[in-house]
Write a new protein. Structure first.
Length: 55
């Protein structure tokens, strides 16, 4: 038998009126956006260099 410690938001009685404090996650969201942007740059950089070198 699996004991779930975390419930989905729709499993809470008042789930339709879900609220959260964005100040708690703002820094996490900003950091995620910056890191994914850096990763995208790392992935795209070789494509740009390859195109330049192929001329």
């Amino acid at each position: 038998m699996i004991n779930r410690l975390i419930q989905y938001n729709w499993q809470y009685e008042n789930w339709a009126n879900f609220e959260y404090d964005s100040s708690i996650i703002d820094q996490i969201v900003i950091r995620f956006a910056l890191e994914t942007g850096e990763l995208k740059g790392m992935i795209e950089e070789p494509k740009i260099n390859t195109k330049v070198l192929s001329f």
